[in-house]
Each structure stands twice: as C-alpha cells, then as structure tokens.
Design a protein around this ligand. Structure first.
Ligand code: HEC
Length: 165
C-alpha cells in the first residue's frame, strides 16, 4: 500500500516535471517569447539597456534594448551599445538575417550572434520588433584617441603590483 502511494507520488512528480519541460521553448521555436528568453540569457540587456547591470536586471521590459550612452573604451576607440529597438524597426526580417552575423567592434560579442541558429535570430527579431521603436540613437563611435563627452568604461587589462611579486 505504501509502496503504491510512493509510486503514484513519483509518477505525479515525473508528470509535473515533464510538463514544465514541455512548456520550455523548443530550439525550433521562432516565437517572440523565445526571443525574449534569448535576449535575457544572452546578456543583450547587460549592455544594450541602460542601468540593467546596476539594478540587477530590474528595468521595465518597455525600456529594454534602447541602447546606452555609456561608452566602452579600448584599443578600438569608444563604442556605444546600439539602440536595438531602432535597429530592428528599420530592418526587415530578411535584412536582419543577412547582417545579424556581421563582425562588430568590441565589446559587442558578435560571434555569439554568429553562432546562433537561424530560428533563434528570427525569434530575437520578433521579440524586439514587438517591443517597438523607442528612445534615441546611441552616440556615434569615436576613433582611438578621440575625446568623447559621455561616461566611459575603460577596457584595459592591468596587473596589480602585488600580484607580480
Ligand atoms: C558587452 C556589451 C555587449 C553585449 C553583452 C551585447 N552587445 Fe550588442 N553591441 C555592443 C556595442 C558596444 C555595440 C556597438 C559596436 C560597434 O559600434 O561596432 C553593439 C552593437 C550591436 C548590434 C549592431 C546594431 C546596429 O544598429 O549597429 C547588434 C545587432 C547587437 N549589438 C546585438 C546584440 C544582441 C542581440 C546581444 C545579445 C545576444 C548583444 N548585442 C550583446 C555591446 C554589447
């Protein structure tokens, strides 16, 4: 009797676990919901949404991916995370697919987009298109050595003196 009850409980748990898994987006899912998930776990908000890192991701979805005026400065000059809401608004899905995997300057991890499946890229396009255009264009990139009038994060590897000894 007890064994049966345990077996039933285990079966119920398995069914519950199974249904949770089934609700997760499948790799061939091109939906906007899948795109939202990819934007979140793919760290796009970390750079392309102002204050996302500073607030542990506590930025309303309506403000996501509107770009940032925080510059990233290194050997490549100064770059700004683009306003992806405006980027997607001006691109057809076919145009997005044609250029989504193009090389970009640091610190954009363009190789992460390069390695995404077509379905994942389409899902991200749908999600960002559904959010709709919002905000301003990010400041233009500056060449190395050119002064900018925004805050910057300097990408410069350093070795602390203590660590060298
Ligand atoms: C570490 C910061 C960082 C992360 C993380 C990041 N980006 Fe970027 N992204 C940038 C920067 C900076 C640029 C501008 C690069 C340049 O000027 O060449 C950029 C540019 C782009 C562009 C070009 C847009 C245009 O209109 O020129 C696209 C598309 C893009 N990112 C998509 C994404 C997506 C999608 C993700 C998440 C998978 C992501 N980025 C994650 C920093 C980042």
């Amino acid at each position: 009797m007890r064994i049966t009850a345990l077996a039933i409980a285990a079966a119920c748990a398995a069914i519950a676990a199974g249904s949770t898994f089934a609700a997760d987006p499948a790799p061939d899912d091109r939906s906007a919901a899948r795109g939202k998930y990819l934007a979140q776990v793919g760290a796009c908000n970390d750079c392309h949404t102002a204050n996302y890192i500073e607030t542990n991701g506590n930025v309303p979805e309506g403000d996501w991916l509107t770009g940032s005026a925080m510059g990233w400065q290194g050997a490549w000059g100064t770059t700004y995370p683009a306003n992806l809401r405006l980027t997607m608004a001006r691109l057809t899905e076919a145009q997005w697919m044609a250029q989504a995997r193009s090389p970009r300057r640091p610190p954009m991890p363009w190789f992460n987009l390069r390695d995404m499946s077509d379905n994942d890229l389409r899902a991200m396009y749908r999600f960002i298109r559904e959010l709709g255009p919002k905000g301003q264009r990010a400041p233009a990139a500056a060449a190395p050595g050119v002064a900018v009038d925004t805050p910057v994060i300097v990408f410069e590897p350093k070795m602390e003196t203590a660590a060298r000894n």
